[in-house]
Design a protein around this ligand. Structure first.
Ligand code: UCC
Ligand code: FAD
Length: 585
């Protein structure tokens, strides 16, 4: 075009040559897999209502929530320690958009939906889908919601004792004026993974039966929350505390009193974080904070694990949402950006790159839905013993796997925008930064891999048997599909390798299992996800893309743990070599 012009382009002319930005519409309507999943699984009456609600919510996200989310990013919380007269005030000042998010979360029933159970076992799924749509526009408000849900779950699992009835009502309220959020204060300076040995906070019993907590909490996210759950060691009559896991008990406390004054808590500072900057993560001194013991003494970790399993599911929601958001933007951009004379969408290699990410997010989405479906059954007393074992196993598997997937997809998707992907004001680096934390908080990848082993050990092998039989059942659904035959064959091979692995590794001792934990967990995730993709592709009304996603997943992803075991990668000498490789020099 330039060559045809007699005169070079003037500045005024080039100023009209801006790259169009990617625009996405209602994210519910644009999510083909989500809609086909709901159509397949929800009973017709529930589908009708949920569909209406999600379409409306999708519009609200676009028009109201998205601008608020961006405002939260631009106006991160500020810590004001002293007032003008030198009085210590320890105020965490949040922006109006953040406070509005709290109101919207209540209005939309983002927590309430799961506890009202108006759609019985499907209520959890409805809630999870709303959170999934909300997540990427929420300006970080998905974080307090995760912990609020976790706190409500713990209280519910305790049978909603009288003293916690009022907090439970607040945490699950649809009334913006009444709605409370919760924190989750577990991590101390000596350990966030090894909470059992890292917790130094002590609890002193008061004459009225309450406790006063003394200690230092090193990471407390959404520190503007109304209430929190936290762990501490009860001091006995002789002034001693019990160390280790069995010395920990679970406490509930209000962060501030009616006048907004902190409950004998001092804020040391706000964390200076790589991402999740919209949300205040603080270091807190508990200097006699008044608290209520809510677990049996010494059962703190077991009790808070009800919260952990919920917040880990929220983590999966965040991971899938972030992948979906990046890919939605990327595919739109490919419709608008021209390189080498044609749109990016017409470059086969570029499309292959995005399609590979799409396969990842599809698999992760189905794994999320499966986990939430099982949770819904468990919460409405419809889960069999097998369902419960599977749920316990799938939560850490899904959390650890999707946390890593999301980081990889976010990096790849950023590159798909070229240099623009690296520019702050596109918002893309925000998504990347916020995604990177997903494999760290709520238990790192290694810690969750060990939790996978914990869940298998506790079930004495039953969970593994349920895993295999469930996967086999899903594959049988595809037995008459010629197009899925290669994928089913790969799955059967992978299952055989996995079975060989569990038999052999089990005889080799604890170190082998510990070294294999991460690869093994990845294999569980890949095999289960493969089965879900095949199940979805075996539906009578499955599309060619459903079949393609299942086939591609099975081609790319199946079973490294068995191969590593066959190559003796988990022997003690290999562990020694790991250390030598790491520490050489
Ligand atoms: O990071 C955090 C918040 C960030 C902000 C919120 C983001 C939300 C998502 C955002 C959405 C986008 S809060 C901090 C999170 N911290 C962790 O996740 C801790 C990581 N560490 C672990 O998970 C460890 O494995 C521990 C702390 C659970 C290990 O403790 P112990 O005491 O050494 O482990 P034990 O002795 O094996 O377990 C004690 C009991 C056992 O029950 P019993 O005594 O009946 O046999 C275990 O079976 O607890 C039980 N237990 C569990 N039960 C342990 N883990 C679980 C579990 N996951 N489910 C059920
Ligand atoms: P460490 O436990 O010291 O782990 C360091 C490394 O060692 C990790 O890679 C880990 O995988 C590895 N490792 C540790 N033990 C083992 C093992 N046995 N085998 C193999 N590898 C191992 N915590 C809260 O309680 N509440 C919050 O609200 C909160 N908010 C957070 C917000 C942000 C932004 C971040 C980054 C963290 C937050 N955390 C919060 C803390 C978070 O949960 C911990 O950082 C996390 O659990 C890891 O603990 P750690 O930092 O002590 O790391």
């Amino acid at each position: 075009v330039l060559e045809d012009l007699e005169m070079p382009l003037t500045r005024r002319e080039t100023e009209s040559l801006f790259q169009e930005q990617p625009e996405t519409g209602n994210q519910y309507l644009e999510d083909a897999l989500l809609r086909s999943y709901l159509k397949t699984h929800l009973p017709p009456k529930v589908l009708e209502e949920v569909n209406r609600d999600l379409e409306r919510f999708g519009d609200r996200l676009l028009t109201q929530v998205r601008p608020l989310g961006w405002e939260c990013e631009l106006n991160p919380p500020v810590f004001r320690q002293y007032d003008a007269w030198g009085q210590r005030v320890d105020q965490i000042i949040t922006c109006s958009a953040w406070r509005r998010m709290k109101e919207i979360a209540a209005e939309e029933g983002l927590i309430a939906e799961a506890y009202e159970r108006r759609y019985s076992n499907w209520s959890r799924l409805h809630q999870a889908v709303k959170l999934y749509l909300f997540s990427s526009f929420s300006g970080g408000f998905n974080c307090p919601l995760a912990m609020t849900d976790g706190a409500a779950k713990v209280i519910e699992s305790l049978g909603i004792p009288g003293s916690l009835k009022n907090p439970f009502d607040h945490l699950t309220s649809r009334d913006p004026k009444k709605f409370w959020t919760s924190g989750q204060w577990m991590t101390e300076r000596r350990g966030g993974s090894d909470v059992a040995n890292g917790t130094e906070t002590v609890a002193r019993k008061q004459p009225d039966g309450t406790y006063r907590l003394y200690g230092f909490k090193w990471f407390t996210s959404a520190a503007d929350s109304d209430v929190t759950l936290t762990l501490a060691r009860i001091v006995d009559a002789e002034g001693h505390v019990k160390q280790g896991s069995s010395g920990l008990s679970l406490f509930f406390l209000k962060v501030r009193d009616e006048e907004g004054k902190l409950n004998s808590i001092q804020v040391q500072r706000l964390k200076n974080k790589l991402g999740t900057r919209q949300m205040a993560t603080a270091e807190l001194w508990l200097d006699g904070a008044k608290a209520e013991l809510i677990s049996a003494e010494g059962r703190g970790v077991a009790s808070i694990s009800n919260m952990l399993n919920i917040t880990r599911i929220h983590n999966v929601i965040g991971a899938v949402a972030s992948m979906r958001r990046m890919i939605s933007l990327s595919r739109e951009y490919a419709r608008k950006r021209v390189a080498f004379g044609k749109l990016l969408k017409d470059h086969p290699l570029h499309m292959q790159t995005i399609a590979r990410m799409e396969v990842q997010v599809r698999g992760a989405f189905l794994l999320l839905m499966e986990t939430v479906r099982l949770l819904g059954l468990a919460e409405t007393n419809k889960a069999s013993e097998q369902d419960q074992l599977l749920l316990r196993l799938l939560v850490p598997v899904a959390k650890l796997y999707t946390g890593k997937q999301a980081s990889a997809v976010a990096v790849e998707a950023m590159e798909s925008f070229g240099g623009q992907g690296y520019m702050e004001d596109t918002g893309l680096p925000v998504i990347l930064r916020d995604t990177l934390v997903l494999s760290i908080w709520e238990g790192t990848t290694n810690i969750l891999s060990l939790d996978v082993l914990r869940s298998l050990t506790k079930s004495q092998g039953q969970a593994m048997a349920v895993f295999f039989s469930t996967v086999q059942k899903k594959l049988e659904l595809a037995s008459s599909s010629a197009k899925l035959e290669p994928a089913v064959k790969q799955m059967r091979d992978a299952i055989s390798s996995l079975a060989r692995f569990t038999q052999t590794a089990g005889t080799k001792g604890a170190l082998t299992m510990e070294l294999a934990a991460r690869d093994f967990s990845y294999s569980l995730a890949r095999v289960y996800t493969g089965a879900l993709l095949i199940e979805h592709a075996a539906r009578p009304d499955a599309s060619p893309t459903d079949i393609s996603a299942a086939r591609r997943w099975c081609n790319q992803e199946l079973c490294p743990a068995a191969m590593e075991l066959e190559n003796s990668s988990y022997e003690a000498e290999e562990a020694l070599l790991d250390s030598m490789l790491v520490y050489e020099g």
